[in-house]
Design a protein. Structure first.
Length: 244
């Protein structure tokens, strides 16, 4: 009986360290701030600016007002590009904090998993950071930034999306809630933006716009908010495990 008791005790995961709780909390806060800034930018386009557009003027749905990835004939709207740029950079930092939380729980994952997660996470965070930088520069210069002309920029965004997909799966098998939070962040990638415009938001509005479906950026922001709530749930779960 003593042998089985010892085996049972050794099978239990080690209590989470304080660092894991700290980084999980920081991830949740950063994601919440990112979601709030994204919602502010979306409201600036669809509510603030949308209410000023007359029936004979260019529709607010026009891609000239797309601030998520400015390109072509871009017309920057107030309180759109800067909030989004900051939001994406905060999201990149949040992803790094998520990796730090995973690293603080290293007793539950192998070194190979941690190394792979670190590599994938850095690539995904780089994609968000570049996306945010492009939005900031475009808003500052009032035209699409030079980043858009670089093939490396497009490649980095694609690699970041694929890396985030792999990271969410990898984290899910180690710490399910961390994996779910990472999966929700896929909604704010460029791929997630287009899926939102042509699928999720289109279902809510009842139609697909020829340019941008109204409220697309709001749906994207809600995916970030969902990631923040998931990280809060992870924090509560880890805190309860530490008390036992």
């Amino acid at each position: 009986m003593m042998l089985f008791d010892k085996l049972g005790e050794s099978a239990r995961p080690a209590p989470p360290r304080k660092a894991a709780l700290l980084f999980a909390a920081l991830t949740a806060v950063l994601l919440l701030a990112s979601a709030a800034l994204q919602l502010r930018a979306s409201a600036a386009r669809w509510i603030d600016f949308g209410s000023t557009v007359g029936p004979h003027e260019l529709s607010v749905e026009s891609d000239q007002y797309d601030y998520y990835l400015p390109y072509g004939e871009f017309f920057p709207l107030a309180n759109t590009g800067f909030p989004l740029g900051i939001a994406m950079i905060l999201q990149a930092l949040a992803l790094l904090c998520l990796l730090a939380a995973l690293g603080a729980l290293r007793e539950r994952t192998s070194r190979a998993v941690l190394f792979t997660a670190l590599l994938l996470g850095v690539l995904a965070a780089l994609g968000f950071a570049l996306q945010g930088l492009h939005a900031l520069l475009s808003a500052l210069e009032r035209q699409p930034s030079a980043l858009l002309d670089s093939q490396l920029f497009s490649l980095a965004l694609l690699i970041g999306f694929l890396a985030l997909c792999a990271l969410s799966i990898l984290c899910f098998f180690s710490i399910p809630l961390l994996g779910l939070a990472a999966a929700f962040l896929l909604g704010s990638t460029l791929v997630g933006y287009y899926l939102s415009s042509y699928l999720l938001t289109a279902l809510l509005t009842g139609y697909v716009s020829h340019d941008t479906t109204p409220g697309t950026e709001t749906t994207v922001a809600l995916s970030t908010a969902a990631a923040s709530i998931t990280m809060l749930a992870a924090l509560i779960s880890l805190a309860c495990q530490r008390r036992k």
